[in-house]
Design a protein around this ligand. Structure first.
Ligand SMILES: [Fe+2]
Length: 375
């Protein structure tokens, strides 16, 4: 029994380590080809690592029979022992602290509207019962803050990661945007990865122009936009009424409160974190593509941060959650609301992906009502 637990921990440790490498490398601003190459080596390493498990099994069995054997003489055994440490010690610690920064759902008022477009005549051919790529969850959240003027509310629509072309089903996006057009917002934030193929930029204006926002629609670009003519992406976003922010503030006056929206393309469009010190605002909002700037944003006194990039992992296991979260923090910021140092971050699961497959991970948009705190 103990032997099987040992093998299970080594196997868990190995795959956790491979997953950590995958997520960490994919959070870095490598050129796409190099990134893909690194991912391929991880898949190879994933299978090769099973040799460590096998070798450790043989060696431990031999060691039980002859305790004089030197276990540490074999590279695979050394790696197997490292995996045992990862699976038996680091993994449980990580799981305990993984949700440390997450805001519990009952802490803010949250309702969800669910839509299923998979059976629609125009979409049906591309759906199946497991794939949730053509469903939609509209999250309605409410958070109170002392930063807003008394008796006021800000309604913010946040969406991300459309990957036009990766999901090439125009009808799906048409249904989603038609739903969102029914309401008017104070702010609309788009946090990157508009296209996977520049020829799909023709979708941007017809799909996004009608979305209304009293104080403006703002966008930052993502890594997939960088790989697909970012100047063209910005041009089409502007045509659809968006203000594209590249390491700059945009100031809005709201009932006597000065709201600053800062957008950055770091780390894909700039090599160092931007200087945000010039912003003297009552409320500071940060738009980035990745959640990796969470602690930096809190340290720089932002009140709110919006990002996407991680797609909720696209496949989430029951109980265990998503595995593939391209972030230097691994699976910590897979989607939802997080808080640190008085700042609140929303990580969008996005609307699509380069590959239209989602299991237990519906596409999502969030409508956040920020209300003034009375006490
Ligand atoms: Fe993305």
């Amino acid at each position: 029994m103990l032997f099987f637990i040992l093998i299970a921990l080594v196997t868990f440790g190995h795959f956790s380590f491979v997953l950590f490498l995958h997520n960490w490398f994919y959070s870095k601003p490598f050129p796409r080809l190099l990134g893909d190459l690194i991912q391929a080596t991880h898949v190879l390493f994933g299978f090769l690592g099973l040799l460590a498990v096998y070798t450790l099994t043989i060696k431990v069995e031999a060691f039980i029979k002859d305790p004089c054997l030197n276990l540490l003489s074999n590279l695979w055994v050394d790696y197997g022992l490292f995996c045992l440490f990862v699976g038996g010690v680091l993994l449980p610690i990580n799981e305990i602290f993984r949700n440390f920064w997450r805001i519990p759902i009952n802490f803010y008022i949250q309702q969800s509207r669910h839509f299923d477009y998979a059976n629609h005549f125009f979409i049906k051919k591309k759906s199946n019962f497991l794939n949730e790529s053509f469903k939609l969850e509209v999250v309605l959240a409410e958070i109170s803050t002392h930063s807003l003027p008394t008796n006021s509310t800000l309604k913010i629509l946040h969406f991300s990661d459309f990957h036009f072309g990766g999901n090439d089903n125009y009808a799906y996006f048409h249904f989603v945007m038609a739903e969102l057009e029914k309401e008017a917002y104070d702010f609309v934030f788009f946090t990157g990865d508009l296209v996977d193929d520049v020829s799909f930029l023709r979708w941007v204006v017809p799909l996004l122009k009608k979305i209304r926002a009293k104080y403006g629609k703002y966008a930052v670009l993502g890594n997939h936009d960088l790989w697909n003519k970012p100047d063209m992406v910005r041009k089409y976003l502007r045509k659809a009424g968006f203000i594209c922010l590249s390491d700059q503030w945009f100031s809005v006056e709201f009932k006597g409160c000065k709201i600053g929206v800062f957008g950055t393309g770091y780390p894909w469009f700039s090599t160092k974190l931007p200087d945000t010190s010039s912003g003297d605002y009552g409320i500071k909002i940060l738009l980035t593509h990745s959640p990796d700037e969470f602690f930096w944003a809190a340290k720089n006194n932002f009140n709110l941060m919006f990002c996407g990039h991680v797609h909720g992992g696209q496949i989430a296991l029951p109980f265990f959650g998503p595995l593939l979260i391209p972030s230097k923090f691994g699976r910590r910021f897979g989607g939802g609301f997080f808080s640190h140092g008085g700042m609140i971050m929303h990580v969008s699961r996005g609307l699509a992906g380069s590959f239209p497959l989602r299991i237990n991970c519906k596409p999502e948009v969030t409508i956040l009502s920020l209300v003034s705190k009375t006490t």
